[in-house]
Design a protein around this ligand. Structure first.
Ligand code: PMP
Length: 429
């Protein structure tokens, strides 16, 4: 608060109120010099900002990538949770092993087998607080400030925030419609290593990338691992959406044939429920010790009750049937979004046609910045995430992300109908 405004306030407020304002203004910056350099790099995610706005009644939110939990058997789950506490509460509410329960790690190997990873063993798995935490642990274990992490662009904003918090140099490699481009990856690695840079890993989302919905083509998968192996760089494969394919043929994860070069990260957030915060990392044997210790240092142990609930779910419920239900829902919603885009969007726009996952990525003509359009869209009753959120560079982006996962088809159509004039106006401007 400036002196002028304080003077103005003094004319109308009692002295105690002025004191309180002055104290607050001073204490707001009191400990600024105590923050770490790392803390200065921790940014508020644009997705979080928009998340709050998108709760406003009447708005159609195509912003948040939340799963549609209404399709879960909630009543039965509440009985299961109650039974676990009643019958086994002293275990469920107690600390557990740092790596997670053996039962759940064994079941996770079955989930990964459904993805095409057939050689995973429970001792290779560490359970984490979502795959977000697995990314954090990987960065902590491998990266010094200034080391390079490669990402495909666009990429998951939560991963970018993690990497930046560890003060790494993020280098973005472009994607095309078939995902990360191997030749560009190879050239970038060569240039960085020639310049003496220490590249630690490539972070990639090969299936239904968040935000673009793009899937890495089959013929590029091994090529990308081979490029990284030759350059002595790890691959961090993030695959939370892999089982949510609704079109096309399933493709084996990068990890499938490459047990020593890929750290694979999975999650129950999209195939079951994100509030449980249960994810995992499948870690090459020679990297396990430090990875597990680092994970333990973050959480001591993953939440025992939640692990037991996920175990009961995988044991006693038709979890594959639930994934089928999710797939059917998301297929319908994705197709509703694509049809609405086709019907309402002006010429000059293009968008991806995902075969799974939660997102469609829309490209406007060059030179249009989608960030300022967000406010106009909110006025028109619809929310999206501007593309710049998913780019490492802070430069303006002519892209935007639309999520179809959490909204019924009719609302998706209405949201796209509301968005169209906002985009048309921006193109015509
Ligand atoms: N990776 C990607 C690509 C994601 O889209 C998300 C969540 N939106 C996460 C990781 C975080 O997942 P979790 O809930 O398992 O931490």
């Amino acid at each position: 608060m400036t002196h002028e405004t304080l003077d103005a306030a003094a004319a109308v407020l009692p002295a105690e109120a002025i004191d309180a304002i002055e104290r607050a203004a001073t204490s707001a910056h009191r400990h600024d010099d105590l923050f770490s350099e790392r803390a200065a790099n921790i940014k508020q995610s644009a997705v979080r900002d928009v998340f709050d706005i998108s709760m406003r009644p009447g708005l159609v939110s195509l912003a948040g990538g939340s799963p549609y939990l209404q399709s879960l058997p909630l009543e039965r789950l509440s009985e299961t949770a109650a039974r676990i506490i009643a019958e086994d509460g002293l275990t469920a509410l107690q600390y557990g092993g740092g790596q997670g329960t053996e039962e759940l790690r064994t079941q996770i190997c079955e989930v990964m087998a459904a993805e095409g990873i057939l050689d995973a063993r429970p001792e290779n798995v560490v359970i984490t607080a979502g795959s977000q935490s697995a990314q954090d642990v990987a960065t902590k274990v491998f990266c010094n400030p200034g080391d390079v992490v490669l990402v495909e662009e666009p990429t998951y904003v939560g991963a970018l925030n993690t990497f930046e918090a560890y003060q790494v140099q993020v280098e973005a490699v472009p994607m095309d419609d078939d995902g990360l481009v191997p030749e560009l990856l190879e050239a970038r690695i060569a240039a960085l290593q020639t310049a003496g840079k220490n590249i630690k890993f490539l972070y990639t989302i090969p299936n239904f990338n968040n935000p673009s919905g793009i899937t890495l083509a089959q013929d590029r998968r091994q090529q990308i691992v081979d490029i990284c192996r030759r350059a002595n760089i790890l691959v961090l494969e993030d695959n939370p959406y892999g089982l949510l394919r609704f079109d096309g043929e399933p493709l084996a994860p990068l990890r499938a044939g490459n047990p020593d070069d890929v750290i694979y990260m999975g999650s129950f957030s999209k195939i079951f429920a994100p509030g449980l915060r249960i994810g995992w990392a499948l870690v090459p044997a020679h990297l396990q010790r430090r990875y597990y210790l680092a994970s333990e240092a973050v959480t001591l142990c993953p939440p025992t009750l939640n692990q037991m609930l996920v175990s009961a779910y995988l044991r006693d419920y038709d979890w594959k049937g639930q994934i089928e239900t999710y797939r059917g829902l998301y297929a319908e919603r994705c197709h509703a979004m694509l049809a609405a885009l086709e019907m309402h969007m002006p010429d000059g726009l293009s968008w991806t046609r995902p075969q799974g996952g939660f997102f469609v990525w829309v490209t406007l003509p060059e030179g249009v910045d989608t960030y300022p359009l967000l406010h106009k869209a909110i006025d028109a009753g619809v929310v999206f995430i501007p593309g710049a959120a998913f780019m490492h560079s802070d430069s303006p982006s002519n892209k935007l992300r639309l999520a179809f996962s959490a909204v019924p088809p009719e609302a998706i159509a209405e949201g796209v109908r509301r968005l169209a004039p906002v985009l048309r106006e921006a193109i015509d401007a």
